[in-house]
Ligand binder design. Sequence first.
Ligand code: PEP
Length: 230
Amino acid sequence: MKSYLIAGNWKSNKTTNEAMEWLQKLSAISLGTRDSGQELSAKNNTFVLCAPYTLLFFMKQEIDRLQLPIALGTQDVSPFGDGAYTGAVSARQVKEFADWVIIGHSERRKYFGETDEVLAQKVAQAKTAGLNIIYCVSDENTVIPDGVDAVAYEPVWAIGTGKAETPEHANAVIAAIKAKTQIAMVIYGGSVTPDNVASFLAQSAIDGVLPGGASLDAEKFAALLQAVEL
Ligand code: PEP
């Protein structure tokens, strides 16, 4: 049986109160708990929510308290270690709260000018700190540094546009990435919703999805997690 990775990306959204509301809604939906032998989390699927840094402390406490079957991640990390790097958050600091990190998202490349070199430094820092890395690529030709744990294929035109890639084409690109890199876990991102998620998960090479907009709504995010059961 396939193991899926579903990784939500909140981007620059939500205050503590809004995060609390989301968590309460999610906990009211039956997803199982981390201790359950029968439910979603026990089936080797991995559910991750990549939150803003400002919410990590709070989210970690609440996810533990509510026993939600989701791991925490961040959406970026410093290319440097601890030290005199004003404004940056090091991988070691992230690891205090989270086990996952997204590196190389197209919005980081576009708005923050992140290059392949900087991204390779980020991967090295995250690896040393013991974070699981989801590395974003826009096609099968994007350079992928050694050491990433999962790749997210995200065609730029499909992100936040409501126009998802066709599942068949996403599958072909992901199969090509797998053949080229030997990375076993490759997921799709770009306007994934509860309505189209099953068509992506049904593809042979696709190991999960990275929803942005849909992850902001607890009910939609829960529906995406429940879709791994379809
Ligand atoms: C993303 O955040 O990487 C993303 C794919 O966003 P959306 O699902 O909103 O297109």
